[in-house]
Design a protein. Structure first.
Ligand SMILES: [Zn+2]
Length: 82
């Protein structure tokens, strides 16, 4: 797996021209195409768009696989029936 790509994908702060500094960003799904999705990154300080990213179907599958990994504080999604 390419670690560099993964870090790029999970970038949580980007430079905001309005705030004049690197700001945490919020990811917003902008457009869904048959083979890719386009995300907009919004500054959480002023709400302006500070970046955009295309995620291909292959990258999305990889991201889902990463997201599905157990974390330090796992949350229980499904409870088993008694
Ligand atoms: Zn900003």
């Amino acid at each position: 797996m390419n670690q560099q790509q993964f870090e790029n994908f999970t970038a949580s702060s980007l430079y905001c021209e309005k705030c004049k500094t690197a700001m945490p960003v919020r990811e917003r799904l902008l457009l869904v195409l048959p083979d890719r999705e386009i995300f907009d990154y919004l500054c959480i300080g002023c709400g302006s768009s500070v970046g955009r990213r295309e995620i291909t179907a292959g990258e999305r599958l990889m991201a889902q696989a990463i997201a599905a990994r157990p974390r330090r504080r796992p949350t229980i999604v499904h409870q088993l029936a008694p």
